[in-house]
Every structure is written in structure tokens, then in C-alpha cells.
Design a protein around this ligand. Structure first.
Ligand code: FS2
Ligand code: SF4
Length: 540
């Protein structure tokens, strides 16, 4: 195995024996093989487009397949074997369709022609030769950009898949994914690869826009909402991951059954959506970020549903946790999306909370509509000097040390500055009482990592109001990354020309010193230092 796609990669270099996330070598190899076959599908899909053929099933499959390989989504080899078999079938069918339309009949790109050897060796063994360390090029900088594209596309694919499940798609995004996957079979120089990374940022912006339309179009625009952190006596279901549709199904299917539904991790902002919050038994939020789940899930007295990343190895609660959609862990019961009977039965059989627990509350629901609804007030406060600066402290949480920076940073942000946040990194400070400026809360939770589009819209609208460039706003971005959605978001911010981003807790292992220099020179990206130094540098 060779995997270096996330922030916690072994020794800051690569996981080559066992994933720090718990990914077994065979799983990693199968994921690489799946991506290899997906590249083949993408090559054929692009050939198809030349003759007017678009196969939606193949497009959607490539996105779902890529999302499956994102960090902490699926650890189940059987599922990957199934996906690879499905990918091979789709690829062959697509080749025939393209040929029938008068397109290519032969391909030189190896993944279009690869088939498993007909022998007794398990697929996982045959998958060994497809690791990213053997990838593409002897030029480490080219390789770095190629992997930046691939990992960014994994993030894009996550947004695409979420949006598709709620009926939002754009063929141009699928075409962009195919182009990114097929690009390694073209003769591109460094400049062309840089352009390809920006293209990933561009299609990701569209993918995030689709997801925003999907979520707000289906469940309404989030409104500021107080969310209890304690529990209500009674049976309980905990929903984690990011998927709003799964949560809605759970809420509908538990209606009148005496079960209270709780969110975990990135599901917290779901409490702000009118069509979700209207369910009286949608009680509150339990626990913190993904990396604390082993402790938090073990103490939860009800059933747990994992709708997307980030799943970790279940311990004592293995019988109480369920996966759905693309998530998988060997030995964990997997239920089809929307088919949550087993989860409900489990919750009813479990003790639930014996008594009410009051642990205070937090606010969420400050997505673009809510924030822009008070834009006049905000602009006035900036012009009047009451708000000096905005900080977007956003991104992933994670287990590695160094992330206390973000807690300390928010604690030290001066009283006349606002903190906007999104994604699971907020659990480092989400329950801090930061007060308000003229009635506007100083800490505004925009939503999940999936809501980065909302933050971008807020920034763009503020720039419009102040008639300046986003880079000239009194706004600084202090981001934390862990997995590949963060990579996609970063590429979108760069595509939009955003400069001066501070990134931590450590820089990606797949970025070479030359590529880092390029990013520093062109986008003024900075690694985080200490909260004091960074605040001093920003506020001058
Ligand atoms: Fe957090 Fe994990 Fe949201 Fe990332 S729950 S780090 O993969 O998707 O953000
Ligand atoms: Fe290692 Fe991260 Fe890859 Fe898991 S996803 S194997 S922790 S680099």
C-alpha cells in the first residue's frame, strides 16, 4: 500500500504498512485499483462526448467510486471488490456504446484495457501493482500536481454525489472529473498541470453550488437555531456523517415511535434547516468531532447511523452502529439509504437515556441566507468601526496534535472581531461563549464542510457591498485540513484568486517544496505559526 492523501499520514510522509486511519493494505490496494479502472471509464467517457454520447450511469458511478476512496469512508474490501467488478462492466458497456456511435474502437491508455487475470489470486493481490507511489512520472513536481488533482477530485466527487442524491447535477462537472482523471495519459507539462489543478477548483465551485441548491432547495435555508447539547430521557438514535437526506428519512421513519434523534459531528448544522428542525423529536447534538467517536459512540445508549465519512474502527458498540450509502466497515451492518428499519429496531431494543441531561446549548444556522439577511447591520458595524475584522476559522478536525492552535486562536481573537466557522474543526471552540457585537453573535456557524459555498457567497457579497476585491476585505482565512474535501475547497479558493490563506496544522505530504514555493509565490499561502504571531501579522 501507499497512501498519503490525508493530513494524518504516517510520519508526515505516507502510510505504507497500515493506514493511521485503520485502512488495511489490501483495502488501500483495492482503492487504487478502483481508481485505475475509473480512469479507464473516464477516458472512454471523454471519447463518448466527442461523438455526442453521455452515459449518466457511468458519470455518477465515477463520482461515487471516487468518493468511496476518500479518507474514512469505506474500509470494506468486499464492497471495493464489488465496485471494481461494476466498474469493469460499465467500462466495457461504455466502450461498446462509443464504438456503436462511430467513436474509438481501440484505446492505448492501459486502464481502458485492463482486466483481472483469470487465476486463483484474490483481487486484492492483483491490485498491488496500482499504488500511487508507482504513478505516472519520474518528475516529483509533476507527480505532486497529478496527485493534487486526484485528491481534489475525490473531494469534488463527494459534493457531486451528495448533490445528485437530492436531484442536482451538471454534466459539465462530470466532464471536468473525467478530464482530471484522464489527464495523466496526456503529455502535459508543469504549466498545464497547474491549470488542471485550477480546473478542479473551478468544477468544485460548481459542485458545491449544486449541493447548496440541493440542500436549501429541499430543506429550506438554514435559520439561526439554538441546539441543546444534552439529552432527553428516552430511546435514541445518533446520526453522523454529512447526509441530510438520510437524516430526513430517519426523522420521518421515527415519527411517533418515542425515539429522539441526535446529531453527531458534521450533522450539527442540520438543526438549522426548517424542513429538518420541524420534527419535534429531532432533539439536539451529542458529542464533538469525528476523531472522538470511539469514546462518544461507546457511551451513547442508542443506535448510531453513519451516513458518510468519517468512520473509525468501532469498538464495544459494533452491534449498535450501522452504515449506509458509500460508508463501510467490515462486520458493521450496512443498510440501504432510506431503509432504516434495522436502525430503528436497534434503538428500540436499547436502553436510551434514563433521564434528561442539561449540558447547555450552541447556536448554528448562520449560512449565507441568514448572514446576508443582516448584511446591512454588518456593513454598518464595519463602517462604524464596531467590527474590525472577520476571521474564517474553518476546516477539518483531526486526532494529531497541533490542532489546539485553532482553539487558542479563536480565544485570542479580539472582542471587536467576528469569527465565522464551518466544518468539524469548529468543535475545538463551538461551545465558547464569545458574545456579540451590536446584537450579531461573534461566533457564526455557517455549516458543514459541505457548506463552504455558503462562506464563499458571504465573502463575495461583502466584497460587493464594500465595492472591493475579496482579498481587500477585512477578512482572513485560517484553515485546517484533514481530508480531500478540504483539498478541493482550497483549490476553489485558489481558482477564485483568494490570497493569504493560512493553512495547518501541517502541510500536505503530497506537495513538494517546488510546488509549495509556487503556491506561496502566487497565492501567498502560509503555514500557521502561533496564534499570537498570526493574529499580530493579520491585525498589524
Ligand atoms: Fe470532518 Fe471528516 Fe466534513 Fe471531513 S467529519 S474531517 O472527512 O468531511 O470535514
Ligand atoms: Fe494514511 Fe490518511 Fe491514507 Fe488513511 S487516508 S492510509 S491515514 S494517508
Amino acid at each position: 500500500m501507499f497512501c498519503y492523501q490525508c493530513e494524518q499520514t504516517a510520519k508526515g510522509q505516507a502510510c505504507d504498512k497500515m493506514g493511521v486511519c485503520g485502512k488495511a493494505p489490501e483495502t488501500s490496494d483495492l482503492q487504487d485499483l478502483l481508481v485505475y479502472v475509473l480512469r479507464g471509464i473516464s477516458v472512454v467517457a471523454l471519447e463518448g462526448r466527442k461523438v455526442g454520447l453521455v452515459n449518466q450511469e457511468a458519470d455518477r458511478f465515477v463520482a461515487a467510486g471516487l468518493f468511496s476512496t476518500l479518507t474514512n469512508v469505506n474500509f470494506d474490501n468486499t464492497r471495493f471488490e464489488g465496485l471494481i467488478a461494476q466498474a469493469l462492466e460499465l467500462r466495457e458497456a461504455l466502450k461498446k456504446e462509443v464504438a456503436a456511435k462511430g467513436g474509438a474502437t481501440e484505446y492505448s491508455q492501459p486502464p481502458v484495457n485492463w482486466t483481472p487475470a483469470v487465476d486463483v489470486r484474490p483481487l486484492a493481490e492483483q491490485a498491488e501493482g496500482f499504488g500511487l507511489d508507482r504513478d505516472h512520472s519520474d518528475n516529483v513536481d509533476l507527480k505532486s500536481l497529478q496527485h493534487l488533482v486526484l485528491f481534489g477530485l475525490r473531494g469534488v466527487a463527494a459534493y457531486v454525489d451528495h448533490a445528485y442524491l437530492l436531484g442536482q447535477e451538471d454534466e459539465a462537472v462530470y466532464t471536468g472529473i473525467h478530464e482530471g482523471l484522464a489527464a495523466i495519459y496526456e503529455d502535459k507539462d508543469l504549466g498545464a498541470w497547474v491549470a488542471q489543478t485550477m480546473k478542479v477548483g473551478e468544477i468544485n465551485l460548481r459542485a458545491m453550488e449544486l449541493l447548496d441548491a440541493a440542500n436549501t432547495g429541499t430543506y429550506g435555508h438554514p435559520v439561526p437555531t439554538e441546539v441543546p447539547l444534552g439529552a432527553k430521557a428516552g430511546k435514541a438514535i445518533l446520526v453522523s456523517g454529512h447526509d441530510l437526506k438520510d437524516l430526513k428519512s430517519i426523522l420521518e421513519q421515527t415519527e411517533g415511535k418515542g425515539i429522539n434523534v441526535y446529531t453527531h459531528g458534521e450533522m450539527l448544522p442540520c438543526h438549522g434547516y426548517p424542513e429538518l428542525k420541524k420534527h419535534a423529536h429531532f432533539h439536539g447534538h451529542y458529542g464533538t468531532a469525528w476523531q472522538n467517536q470511539q469514546k462518544e459512540f461507546a457511551a451513547f445508549p442508542g443506535a448510531i447511523l453513519m451516513t458518510t465519512n468519517c468512520i473509525q474502527k468501532p469498538s464495544t458498540y459494533i452491534e449498535d452502529i450501522f452504515t449506509t450509502g458509500l460508508v463501510g466497515w467490515p462486520g458493521v451492518q450496512h443498510v440501504k439509504n432510506g431503509d432504516f428499519g434495522p436502525v430503528i429496531e436497534k434503538a428500540l431494543a436499547m436502553p436510551g437515556f434514563a433521564a434528561d441531561e442539561d449540558k447547555g446549548s450552541v447556536m448554528t444556522g448562520f449560512a449565507r441566507n441568514a448572514v446576508l439577511g443582516v448584511a446591512d447591520k454588518v456593513i454598518e458595524a464595519v463602517k462604524g468601526g464596531d467590527i474590525r475584522h472577520f476571521f474564517l476559522v474553518a476546516g477539518c478536525d483531526g486526532a494529531k496534535p497541533g490542532r489546539n492552535y485553532y482553539t487558542e486562536f479563536v480565544e485570542k481573537v479580539p472582542q471587536d472581531c467576528m469569527v465565522l466557522t464551518l466544518a468539524c474543526g469548529k468543535f475545538r471552540f463551538f461551545d465558547k461563549k464569545l458574545g456579540d457585537i451590536g446584537g450579531i453573535p461573534r461566533l457564526l456557524d455557517i455549516g458543514q464542510c459541505n457548506d463552504a459555498f455558503s462562506a464563499i457567497q458571504i465573502a463575495v457579497a461583502l466584497a460587493g457591498a464594500f465595492e472591493c476585491d475579496v482579498n481587500d476585505l477585512p477578512l482572513s482565512m485560517v484553515l485546517s485540513w484533514y481530508e480531500q474535501k478540504a483539498v478541493a475547497i482550497l483549490l476553489t479558493l485558489l481558482h477564485l484568486g483568494i490570497k493569504g490563506i493560512r493553512l495547518g496544522p501541517s502541510l500536505p505530504a503530497f506537495i513538494t517544496p517546488n510546488i509549495l514555493n509556487f503556491l506561496v509565490e502566487n497565492f501567498d499561502i502560509k503555514p500557521i505559526s502561533t496564534p499570537d504571531e498570526d493574529l499580530k501579522a493579520i491585525l498589524g
